[in-house]
Write a protein that binds this ligand. Structure first.
Ligand code: MN
Ligand code: MN
Length: 470
C-alpha cells in the first residue's frame, strides 16, 4: 500500500503543476482520482494477463468471469430480454460476452473484437527427441516472432492433450515458481564465430527453437526417461501428442516498469490488453441501448484462420441465435439487416514510437505510448469510412478521452488485424487500440493510462446510441 501511495504522489504532483497539457500525454488528462483508478485497473489487468497466456487459458479466465457475473450460455437459452447477460463459447478457443440491448438486436449491435492468441512456440505432433544426451521438444512457432528473443529464456508449457478415450489432460508446467521451466539453449560468445554473420532474422533459425526437456540419462536413455515421467505424471503417451495443443510461452510474471511504475511489462499484451478492456468494459457499461458484444477470437497472429478465428462464421451464428431468441423468429434477411446497422471496434495494440529507433516511424502520424487511445489509419482502402471515424471522434471528445492516430511509415512496415474479416460482413468496422513497445516480443510494455482510457472509451462505445443505420 505504501508503494502505491508513493506512486500516486509521483504521478500527481507534476500534473497539478502543468495542468495536463500535451507533454504530459494521457496522464495529464486524468484527475488524481482517475489516476488512482487507472493504477488499480492496471493491477487487475496484471492479474489477468499473468494467467491468460494462450487462447485456452484466456477463454478459461473470461468464462469464469462471465459465470461469476451471471452470464448464461446463449446456445442453451431460448429467450433473451433487454439487460440479459449471455456468453457464446466457441470450442474453448474463442468466446463472446453479450449484453442484450433495449432495442432489438435486429436493429444493429455494438461489437468490440480483439484477439486472444499471441506469438509463441507450439509443440509439433511428434515433439520428443534426443540429441547430445538431452531430451528436447520439436517446435513450430505461431505468429511473427523474433526468434533470438526466445533462447536463454525460461518458458512454461501450457495447453491440452486429448486422448482417444475422450478424456482431456490440461498441462500447465512452469506457472508456479516452484515448477521446472524449459529453455532453448543459446551459443556462448566464446564459440559462436561461425554464426556471427547470420542476419537478424536468422540469429536463431526456426528449427533451432527446441527447448531442453530433460537431461537425466536413466537406464534406457533420456528420451525414454522423459516419456516415463509424462506417463506417470500426466498419463500422456507418445502418440497422445498428435492430438495435443501445447504451447511454450515466457514464464516471466507481469511487472511494473520504470521507477514511476507508469508502464506494465508482460508477455502477450498483443492482444490480451484490448481483450481485457473489451470484456471488462462490457460489464462496466450500463444496460446498453443496442445489444453489445465483446468478441474474443483466436488465430489472428496466423491470419485469423480456422473455425475459432475471425474468418469463422461463429460471430454471425451467435448474432443469428440472439435475434432468434429475442424475437422468436429468424430470417437470413433479418440477420443481414442487423449486420448492416452494426458498428464494430476492431481493438488491437499497435507499435508506439521507440526512443531507440524513432526513425522507423513517421513521427507526425505515429502513435506514442502514454498518449491515449489510437485511431489507426492504414490507408490503402483498409480504413473505416470517414463518417464512422467522425462518430468515434465524437465519443472520444465527449468523454474527454485523450486520443491520437497511427499510420505506418510508408514502405517501411505495416500491419492489420481482424477488421477486414468483420467488415466483409457489411458491418462498419474501425481499427483502434493503444500503442505499446516491444510488440511481438517476449515482454512488451504498455502504459497504464492508455489501458485505462481504452477501457473507458470502450465502455462509452457500448453505452452510446451511436449513429447506427444505413
Ligand atoms: Mn494484434
Ligand atoms: Mn500481433
Amino acid at each position: 500500500m505504501r508503494t502505491v501511495l508513493r506512486v500516486l504522489v509521483l504521478l500527481t504532483l507534476p500534473l497539478l503543476a502543468t495542468g495536463g497539457d500535451d507533454p504530459m500525454g494521457a496522464w495529464g488528462t486524468l484527475s488524481p482520482d482517475e489516476q488512482k483508478e487507472a493504477l488499480s485497473f492496471a493491477e487487475e489487468y496484471k492479474r489477468f494477463i499473468n494467467v491468460s497466456r494462450t487462447e485456452l487459458t484466456t477463454v478459461r479466465e473470461v468464462l469464469a468471469f462471465a459465470r461469476a457475473h451471471g452470464y448464461k450460455d446463449l446456445f442453451a437459452t431460448d429467450k433473451a430480454s433487454p439487460g440479459d447477460r449471455l456468453f457464446a463459447l466457441n470450442r474453448d478457443r474463442a468466446i463472446a460476452l453479450i449484453r442484450v440491448g433495449r432495442k432489438g438486436s435486429r436493429e444493429g449491435l455494438r461489437i468490440v473484437g480483439a484477439h486472444i492468441d499471441s506469438p509463441r512456440i507450439d509443440l509439433k505432433a511428434r515433439p520428443i527427441y534426443s540429441s547430445g544426451g538431452y531430451a528436447l521438444f520439436q517446435t513450430i512457432y505461431h505468429g511473427g516472432i523474433k526468434k533470438y528473443q526466445w533462447s536463454s529464456l525460461p518458458l512454461m508449457l501450457l495447453g491440452r492433450v486429448d486422448r482417444k478415450d475422450g478424456t482431456t489432460v490440461y498441462v500447465e508446467v512452469g506457472m508456479d515458481p516452484t515448477d521446472p521451466v524449459f529453455v532453448i539453449p543459446d551459443l556462448a560468445p566464446h564459440v559462436d564465430r561461425d554464426y556471427r554473420s547470420r542476419t537478424a532474422r536468422e540469429v536463431i533459425k526456426g528449427e533451432e527453437l527446441d527447448p531442453i526437456v530433460g537431461s537425466l540419462p536413466g537406464t534406457d536413455g533420456v528420451e525414454k526417461a522423459i516419456l516415463a515421467i509424462l506417463a506417470e505424471k500426466y498419463g500422456i503417451e507418445r502418440d497422445d501428442f498428435v492430438s495435443g495443443e501445447l504451447s511454450l510461452v515466457p514464464a516471466l510474471p507481469p511487472r511494473d516498469v520504470g521507477l514511476d511504475r507508469a508502464l506494465v511489462g508482460a508477455y502477450g499484451q498483443d492482444d490480451r490488453l484490448s481483450s481485457f478492456c473489451a470484456y471488462r468494459a462490457l460489464e462496466a457499461a450500463g444496460p446498453p441501448e443496442r445489444s453489445a458484444i465483446a468478441f474474443l477470437v483466436d488465430n489472428e497472429e496466423t491470419g485469423s484462420i480456422n473455425n475459432t478465428g475471425a474468418t469463422s462464421s461463429f460471430l454471425k451464428d451467435a448474432i443469428a441465435r440472439l435475434i432468434e431468441i429475442e424475437a422468436g423468429e429468424f430470417g437470413e434477411n433479418v440477420l443481414r439487416n442487423a449486420l448492416k446497422q452494426t458498428q464494430v471496434i476492431s481493438a488491437d495494440v499497435t507499435t508506439g514510437i521507440n526512443p531507440l529507433f524513432a526513425g522507423v516511424q513517421e513521427s507526425t502520424n505515429a502513435a506514442k505510448v502514454g498518449h491515449g487511445v489510437v485511431i489507426k489509419r492504414y490507408g490503402r482502402g483498409q480504413d473505416a469510412h470517414s463518417e464512422f471515424i467522425a462518430v468515434i471522434r465524437g465519443i472520444l471528445d465527449k468523454e474527454g478521452i485523450a486520443w491520437q492516430t497511427h499510420t505506418y511509415k510508408v514502405d517501411v512496415g505495416g500491419g492489420g488485424t481482424i477488421a477486414r474479416f468483420l467488415s466483409k460482413e457489411n458491418m462498419d468496422v474501425i481499427d483502434m487500440g493503444v500503442a505499446i513497445l516491444s510488440m511481438h516480443s517476449t515482454f512488451s510494455l504498455s502504459s497504464k493510462a492508455d489501458l485505462f482510457l481504452l477501457y473507458r472509451f470502450l465502455t462509452a462505445f457500448y453505452e452510446g446510441e451511436g449513429v447506427g443505420g444505413r
